[in-house]
Unconditional design. Structure first.
Length: 278
């Protein structure tokens, strides 16, 4: 995927969550300019492990990578002439398509209920992560993200459907989360990384108090002032005590990012073989 010398490889990742962010870090280190495109559903809760808050604070840092917010297509176009960097934007895919041909498009929204769109032909290479993807239907390559089964899918079958079972963290599953019982505006004064205790009020959803489900460290929480739909994760408590993690990339994020990198390399090898058959 060669480009003129004054332009970088352009990757667009749909999503600003911790998975999208872990992939973005790997791509920047590989020489891409990366745009993370915000999607409001579901809300991002692991915000110290993601670049999501750059949308509100202009910049955000995860590990050694700093992301900046860009607000229009001209800013994106200028960024593509600079050294590899990562930026976060409110612009959607339809806003980014006219800027320049996209070299790599990754859907990292991990949507469990919505129908996933056909990404093919929108970029030179399209990758779908998580439920609802097949390389025979809506992407060039699909990557499985289900805990215990993360990896590149090399045939045309569908990725696993969401099973509603939460992954374990310190032998604790879904009971470490609180889900929104109804839609509303979320208000909270509590910061990620705070030690919390069972039944402590952590915020209010349209005036209704929401309490911590257990003792631990607050690993994630929806941003104060967010409008949230019913049935999505509002917050997460890490029960692992001194081993709790709420910043940086975690094992799952790095594993999915590595599987995505493997997908890119596989496609590059296939195309090289097609151009230069034995």
């Amino acid at each position: 995927m060669s480009q003129p010398n004054n332009q970088r490889l352009f990757a667009v990742i749909l999503g600003t969550n911790e998975i999208a962010s872990a992939i973005g870090i790997q791509l920047v280190r590989a020489g891409y300019c990366v745009a993370l495109s915000h999607d409001p559903d579901p809300p991002v809760i692991r915000r110290k492990m993601a670049f999501h808050d750059a949308l509100f604070t202009d910049t955000a840092q995860v590990e050694d990578v700093v992301a900046e917010r860009v607000d229009d297509g001209m800013q994106v176009h200028r960024a593509l002439r600079s050294p590899p960097r990562l930026f976060v934007t409110w612009l959607g895919l339809l806003d980014l398509l006219p800027v320049r041909q996209i070299d790599l498009l990754i859907d990292a929204r991990l949507q469990k209920r919505r129908i996933t769109p056909d990404l093919r032909r929108l970029a030179r290479l399209t990758i779908g992560l998580g439920p609802g993807f097949s390389s025979n239907f809506n992407c060039d390559v699909a990557v499985e993200t289900r805990p215990g089964n993360i990896g590149l899918i090399t045939d045309t079958r569908w990725t696993d459907a969401a099973d509603g079972v939460a992954s374990s963290l310190g032998d604790v599953g879904a009971e470490r989360f609180v889900y929104s019982p109804h839609p509303g505006r979320w208000r909270t004064p509590v910061e990620i990384g705070t030690r919390v205790y069972r039944d402590l009020v952590l915020g209010h959803l349209s005036g209704v108090p929401v309490v911590a489900p257990r003792d631990g460290i607050l690993r994630g929480i929806a941003r104060d002032g967010s409008e949230v739909p019913a049935g999505v994760k509002l917050l997460e408590v890490d029960p692992r005590g001194r081993h709790a993690q709420w910043t940086g990339t975690d094992d799952r994020g790095r594993a999915i990012a590595s599987a995505t990198s493997a997908a890119i390399k596989l496609c590059a090898a296939r195309r090289s073989t097609q151009r230069n058959p034995a």
